[in-house]
Every structure is written in C-alpha cells, then in structure tokens.
Design a protein around this ligand. Structure first.
Ligand SMILES: NC(=O)c1ccc[n+]([C@@H]2O[C@H](COP(=O)([O-])OP(=O)(O)OC[C@H]3O[C@@H](n4cnc5c(N)ncnc54)[C@H](OP(=O)(O)O)[C@@H]3O)[C@@H](O)[C@H]2O)c1
Length: 326
C-alpha cells in the first residue's frame, strides 16, 4: 500500500485528506509536515497519520514515505518538488504546478531522470462529468465547437499579505482561478493560436485581480475567459457548437452538465456526484498510475500542464507581471 506524506497543513491539505479518509482510499497516511509542529500534531491526531513533523525536511528524509502531496502556495512548489525528487519520492502537486513553464520543464525533466511519477492536481480534469462530457463532444453531440466561455470570479476582501494578493506567493487571479478557465478552453478547443486580454492590477501589490482573456483559434473559433478576485460572477462554463450548446455550472468542481440543441431542448443530462468532495478522483487516478509504473497520469499529461503554464506565461508577459522569484 502506498505511503503518503503531506507538506503544508492548510485548507487544501484538509480537503485532500478528507477525500482519502472518507473515500476509504487504500493508502497509508504516513506523515504530515508543517512548519509548526503543533499544527502537524493537530492534523496527525485528527486524521490518524502515523507521524507528525515540524519541518518539511524531516518528511523528505522519511524513507518510509513513497509519495508526497505538495499543499503549499505555488511560489514554493518548484524548490519543494526538486527536493522531493532528490529524495526519490513520487509527487502530487497542487495547481498551479509551478509559477512558470521553465520551472515546470525542469521538474518534469528531473523526475523522469529518477523514474518518478509527478502530477499536477488539477482536479477538474479528473471529474467524471468532465470526462463524459468530453466523450459526447468528441462524438459530435453538438457538432463542431464554435465558442467556449468560462468565468471563475469571486469578490474577496483580503489583506495584502494573503497569498492571492502577494506577489512573493505567486498571487493573482490568473494562476489561482484563471488556470481553471484556461484548462476548460484547452479541454474543448485545444491550444489557442493567439491570445488577447485586458487586466486590472492590484494598486498596492501589482498582481492581477481581474481579467478578461480571449483565445483565438482558426476558423474564427474563440474562447472568452474571465477570472477575478474583486467581483462575483456565476462560475459557469458554456460550450457552443453548431448543433447545440452545453451549460456546466460550477464548472471547475462540476457534478453535472446539460447538453441542449439549438432550440433549447435538453439532448442529454450528465450527472456524477462526488463520493466525498471531488478530490477522490484525482487521488485514485494518481495511485493507479503509480501502481502501474507510469511516470505521468493519463488525465493530465506533463505536456498538458506545460501547455497551460506556457499560456499563462504569455498572458503575464503581456501584462508585465513578473514574480520576484523569476
Ligand atoms: N485544488 C483546489 O481546489 C485548490 C483550492 C485552493 C488552493 N489550491 C492550491 O493549493 C495550494 C495551497 O493553497 P492554500 O489555499 O491551501 O494556501 P495556504 O492556506 O495559504 O497555505 C497552505 C499551507 O502552505 C504553508 N504555507 C503558507 N504560507 C507559507 C509561507 N509564506 N511560507 C511557507 N509555507 C507556507 C502552510 O503550511 P504549514 O504552516 O503547515 O507549513 C499553509 O498551511 C496553492 O497552490 C493553491 O493554488 C487548490
């Protein structure tokens, strides 16, 4: 049975652990590491990890651990993953995998050299509704796709030091929320031929807080993608085809999608409920991949992670948004 360790005892780690525990996933929760030993002990007791560590380094050094889930802010992912690879462990890393594509390329290269599995935990790609929807779309249920739209926008009132507003922590709406809208466009229309965008930056910290991104494709196809941490919009994904359209509510965590014809009649409803919180699908897939000796997961190949980060690099370049670590 795979033995899992986790670095970063925060909210997203909790979601991951709950998926493992309540989903009865067949792994051992070997160790939790936090910069604060009391927090690590709290998680250990709550979720019955075997060990708690007060530093990430101690977890890297634990030879019992096979796989580490990286649940820290994205600005740390690169250096942490390189260390984990040096310690010969497989990796599931939260999204975005790294803050830019050159970091991601280096991590993938080093993991391959050591024959280790590494995966970005972009959970949307693993949701059964998204997988089934892609099958129907590829089967031509709404004909050729003409346009995709996706919003991931919510109003926040965050302190300037919060990771979403802090450039040192890879802040901004694009890397946190835009990654989902960009993924949605790539899932249904592929890589864009060109990208245009409009951005509003945080007056105090300089990170992007609101953006509208237009992907252009051949034959006048397009995607309109909005991400924001200053305004609320419904998190809906829309796919328009020649013969109909699809509505995917809460698209990044969706449990259902409705496919209509051009007269507004329902052609098909897709519904797959989460067994726990939706993270179980990516975890099960990663475990299956590792057990089969794969170095990448079928649902999110390394190249797909790289493509999306490259698109975000291009968008940030057009905004002159450079993080201090770059
Ligand atoms: N898949 C999803 O749906 C989803 C949702 C939210 C976030 N995420 C991703 O998950 C990652 C973590 O997000 P989060 O919201 O959980 O972040 P967070 O609460 O700010 O941080 C998570 C943990 O990282 C460590 N950490 C925080 N700030 C740090 C700092 N300045 N230096 C070193 N370590 C620090 C802390 O762990 P210790 O104090 O225990 O060391 C913290 O509990 C991000 O990459 C984010 O994009 C994914």
């Amino acid at each position: 049975m795979l033995k899992i360790g986790i670095i970063g005892a925060g909210n997203i780690a909790k979601t991951f652990i709950e998926a493992v525990v309540k989903g009865n996933i067949n792994v051992t929760l070997e160790a939790i590491a936090s910069r604060d030993i009391l927090k690590a002990i709290e998680y250990k007791n709550l979720y019955l990890f075997k060990k708690a560590y007060g530093s990430y380094q101690e977890l890297y050094n634990d030879t019992e651990v096979d796989l580490i889930y990286v649940a820290t802010p994205h600005s740390f992912h690169y250096e942490q993953m390189l260390e984990i690879i040096d310690h010969n462990k497989h990796i599931i890393c939260e999204k975005p995998f790294t803050i830019n594509s050159s970091q991601a390329e280096e991590v993938f290269k080093r993991a391959k050299e050591k024959n280790l599995f590494v995966m970005e935990a972009l959970w949307t790609r693993f949701l059964p509704t998204i997988i089934e929807l892609r099958e129907h779309i590829h089967g031509g249920i709404i004909g050729e796709i003409i346009k995709v739209e996706a919003n991931f926008c919510f109003k926040t009132d965050l302190d300037r030091n919060h990771r979403l507003r802090n450039p040192k922590l890879g802040g901004g709406a694009l890397l946190d929320l835009g990654i989902y809208t960009i993924t949605f466009a790539n899932l249904f229309l592929g890589k864009p031929e060109s990208i245009e965008s409009k951005v509003i930056k945080d007056e105090e910290t300089g990170v992007d807080i609101d953006e509208e991104i237009v992907f252009k494709y051949k034959d006048n196809k397009s995607a309109i993608l909005r991400s924001s941490i200053i305004k609320d919009l419904p998190s809906v994904g829309m796919i328009y085809g020649e013969k109909g359209y699809v509505v995917v509510n809460s698209f990044h965590q969706t449990q259902s999608a409705i496919i209509y014809d051009n007269n507004g009649r329902i052609i098909k409803s897709i519904e797959h409920h989460h067994k726990v919180n939706g993270f179980e699908f990516e975890i099960l897939s990663a475990i299956d991949s590792i057990e089969k000796g794969r170095l990448e997961d079928y649902h999110i190949k390394h190249l797909e992670t790289l493509n999306i980060i490259k698109q975000m690099d291009d968008i940030r370049k057009s905004w002159d948004l450079i993080y201090p670590q770059e």
